[in-house]
Every structure is written in structure tokens, then in C-alpha cells.
Design a protein around this ligand. Structure first.
Ligand code: MN
Ligand code: MN
Ligand code: MN
Length: 294
């Protein structure tokens, strides 16, 4: 290996960003501080925290990133509904102090809490006895204002109480879309989520298009919601998905992003990807930042 190659590699490594991960503020296992430390240990230049329907962990992550000299991008992942599917819209670079946006996210979380209650009800009807208290305990620390539990916490309790052999089994049997205890809550549209993110000064990016299994729907969402970007690299995307969505990004003139969707280690397994395993370079991050100024 020659020196020029080594230098290039080092440069590439020091400018890597993981733009998709979850903390204890939603359904991740690590606190925002721990995620920033992990990102630093793995040699990332920066990261975005993208909890489900909340920016409650953003301030803590920003503080730790500042302390460790990492670049931090405020993020969120909003759950929406379109074409009979759950569609996730990522938002980057918004103002975390935007009162209207934070109130809108609070509204989404109350919908999530109602959904959780209805899933637990359905589970009880199926003879599966788990309580909200047990589920909340699995978040690993007392919930702070703005934090919420989700299906991974429920899956964890289902495994612990012997109702499923592992997390995959818990989702397949009970929690996945179409499974016995699945409840689809009323959701906003991708278009509304994109509008909210823009109003707060942020950039909307369509999350993991490969997960929807329907590229006609992906195109319909791009046409209607008009996000600024699309997530092309993600642990649930194969190599051919990535190629296809890069082409789609070219066709629609979209920014491209990537992230691990790291949720931490649960039941000894990394749920989604390993932090830092799916990254973009600083050029993509700069493009996202420029888009917030438009
Ligand atoms: Mn999640
Ligand atoms: Mn998602
Ligand atoms: Mn996610």
C-alpha cells in the first residue's frame, strides 16, 4: 500500500458520517451521549440522531458532539402513511427550538402512545399478558418528557416472557405489519411531514425506500411529498437497491444519504445496522446543509 493511497483512505475515514440512528429518546438502547461516543470511537467525522417522532435527544447529542469535536446534524424520523404502507420521512438540519415543529411532533407521539395501548389490548385478547410498565422498563431508564416506547421494546418483553423465541419471531407472530397484534395508527402523509420539516428550516429525506417493496409507491411519494433527498444506503438495502435508488436520485435530482439505522444491541443482537457501517462523506452532508438554506 503506497502512502498516497493510505492518505486518501485516512481522509475518507475521517470524513464519514452516519446519518440515521436511534437513542433511548425513542426505541434505541444507547443514550444520545453514548451514541456520540460510539461514533467518535469508530472514527466518524459526524453523525445525525434521528429518533422516531421526537427531537428530545438532540440537545444532549449536540453537547457531547461539541465536547468531542464531532460534527452534529439535528435529525428526526417521522412516521407517515401512504398507499397502505408506513413510510418514514427523515428530517435534517431543522431548528430544534422551533416551537411549532416540536408541538407537531408531540401530537405524533400521542398517536404513537394510543397505538401502543391498542397493541397491548390486542395482545391481551390473544392471551399474551404484557403490560405497558414492563414495556417502558425495557427502555433502560425512566422515560423523560418527549421520549416514547415502540414495538422493539414490546418485542423484547415478548421474548423475555417466553411468548417468542427471538425478536424476529416476536415481530413475525405479533408486531409486524399484518401480524396478529399489529395496529396501524392514524398517520400524517409524507407530504405533510416534508412540509413540517421545511417549515422548521430542515431538509426532508425519504428513508429506506427499499423497505416498502414497491417502487411505484416510492415514485408516487417522491412526486407528491417532493423531499430533497433519498436514503440510498441502509442495512435493509441490497447492493442492487442502492444502485436503483442512486439512479432514481439522479432522475429526480435528489440528494443522497446513508445511515446505519442503529438501534443498539437488544437480546445480544444488533437491530438493523452497526453504527458507522453505512455512511456518507462530507460532500453529501454539505449538500444537505446547503439545502437547508434554500
Ligand atoms: Mn425503530
Ligand atoms: Mn425507519
Ligand atoms: Mn430508523
Amino acid at each position: 500500500m503506497n502512502d498516497a493511497y493510505k492518505e486518501k483512505q485516512t481522509l475518507e475515514q475521517t470524513s464519514r458520517y452516519d446519518l440515521h440512528m436511534h437513542s433511548t429518546s425513542s426505541d434505541g438502547m444507547n443514550t444520545p451521549t453514548e451514541l456520540v461516543r460510539l461514533a467518535a470511537e469508530r472514527g466518524l467525522a459526524g453523525l445525525a440522531l434521528t429518533d422516531h417522532d421526537t427531537a428530545a435527544g438532540v440537545a444532549e447529542a449536540a453537547d457531547e458532539a461539541k465536547r468531542l469535536g464531532l460534527d452534529f446534524v439535528p435529525g428526526v424520523e417521522i412516521s407517515t402513511r401512504s398507499g397502505g404502507k408506513d413510510i418514514h420521512m427523515l428530517g435534517y438540519g431543522f431548528d430544534p427550538a422551533d416551537v411549532t415543529f416540536m408541538e407537531r411532533l408531540t401530537g405524533l407521539r400521542s398517536v404513537r402512545d394510543q397505538r401502543n395501548d391498542r397493541i397491548l389490548e390486542r395482545l391481551r385478547e390473544l392471551g399474551v399478558e404484557i403490560t405497558l410498565e414492563e414495556v417502558q422498563e425495557r427502555s433502560g431508564r425512566p422515560l423523560k418528557p418527549g421520549e416514547s416506547v415502540g414495538r422493539p421494546h414490546m418485542a423484547d418483553v415478548l421474548v423475555r416472557k417466553g411468548y417468542a423465541v427471538d425478536l424476529r419471531d416476536a415481530f413475525d407472530k405479533y408486531l409486524a405489519e399484518g401480524a396478529a397484534a399489529y395496529v396501524s395508527p392514524p398517520r400524517i402523509s409524507p407530504r405533510e411531514a416534508a412540509h413540517w420539516i421545511r417549515e422548521a428550516g430542515g431538509v426532508p429525506v425519504l428513508a429506506h425506500p427499499g423497505l416498502y417493496g414497491d417502487d411505484d409507491l416510492v415514485r408516487a411519494v417522491l412526486d407528491d411529498a417532493k423531499p430533497s433527498g433519498i436514503e440510498v444506503r441502509h442495512p435493509d438495502h441490497g447492493a442492487e437497491d442502492e444502485v436503483r435508488y442512486r439512479k432514481l436520485a439522479d432522475e429526480y435530482g435528489l440528494l443522497t444519504s446513508a445511515g446505519s439505522d442503529y438501534h443498539g444491541v437488544r437480546q445480544g443482537k444488533v437491530f438493523h445496522g452497526e453504527l458507522g457501517a453505512y455512511t456518507v462523506g462530507s460532500a453529501e452532508v454539505e449538500a444537505l446543509r446547503r439545502a437547508t438554506l434554500r
